[in-house]
Design a binder for this molecule. Structure first.
Ligand code: C5P
Length: 245
């Protein structure tokens, strides 16, 4: 299960990041670098994780004109990251250019290629907020997620980032070989955390629904004991997996 857990390093102090990665040791092999650590520390933090043998989800959620996104992807590829995110709502041409960049492998050091993921609808957005934002869109939030997942698939992306609540319908429409990465994970018994996530489930439920990767930030990095928190989440993931087997 530890292959499926991605810990999100949304922190502004690099010594705290390094201490956490050190403390979690072999329990965690996959980390997410998003807008917070990359804006504070730049490529240095990616290099640090690579040096420690970690895999990296590079979550800058690019959304811009096609050429800008494709060239930004070239930069991400040159850092040998494993997953790159772009907003599926950027449209087919933007997605297609990003796919070309990833397939061309320009800048890649190790011959592998990163997988490209489309962000569907952020997990902090609930139905009411979605209506406020896109009052003129006839699709419901769930329909919009599926629409964007299919758009991403048709443009050649490897998968999507979506709420765990949408895993089953995405799997049905996009197939088994399409990656589904889910943030919005809150451990069983943690109650509703007083935070910005809206469309959430537990680690066990996300695994049972068929998620390929779970992204977990604050339930681990803000825990009084991050090691215990990571182990408890891995245990919940294993239990969820056993219930599906
Ligand atoms: O702390 P928490 O577990 O809520 O962290 C979730 C992480 O996943 C954050 O870094 C957030 O930016 C990211 N994310 C998300 N929803 C998406 C895509 C990424 O919460 N749709």
């Amino acid at each position: 299960m530890k292959e499926k857990l991605i810990v999100s390093l949304d922190m502004t102090d690099s010594s705290e990041i390094k201490a956490l990665v050190d403390n979690l040791g072999d329990r965690v092999i996959y980390y997410k670098i998003g807008a917070i650590p990359f804006t504070f520390f730049g490529p240095e933090i990616v290099t640090y994780l690579k040096k420690h043998g970690k895999r990296i989800m590079f979550d800058l959620k690019y959304h811009d004109i096609p050429n800008t996104v494709a060239r930004a992807c070239d930069g991400a590829i040159s850092m040998d990251v494993d997953l790159i995110t772009i907003h599926a709502s950027g449209g087919f041409s933007m997605l297609e250019e990003a796919v070309k960049a990833v397939l061309s492998g320009i800048g890649r050091q190790d011959g592998e290629r990163p997988k490209l993921l489309g962000i569907t609808v952020l997990t902090s957005i609930d139905e009411a907020y979605f209506k406020d934002l896109f009052g003129n869109v006839e699709r419901s939030l769930a329909e919009q997620v599926l629409f964007l997942a299919q758009l991403a698939r048709s443009a050649g992306l490897d998968g999507v980032v979506a709420s765990p609540q949408e895993i089953v319908p995405i799997r049905q429409c996009c197939g088994d070989d399409f990656l589904i990465v889910t943030p919005g994970i809150r451990p069983a018994g943690s109650g509703v955390m007083d935070d910005d996530q809206a469309r959430i489930t537990t680690p066990g439920q996300a695994i049972k629904a068929g998620a390929d990767y779970l992204v977990v930030g604050r339930p681990i990095v803000k825990a009084a004991d991050p090691i215990a928190a990571a182990e408890a989440i891995l245990k919940e993931m294993e239990d969820g997996y056993r219930e599906t087997a």
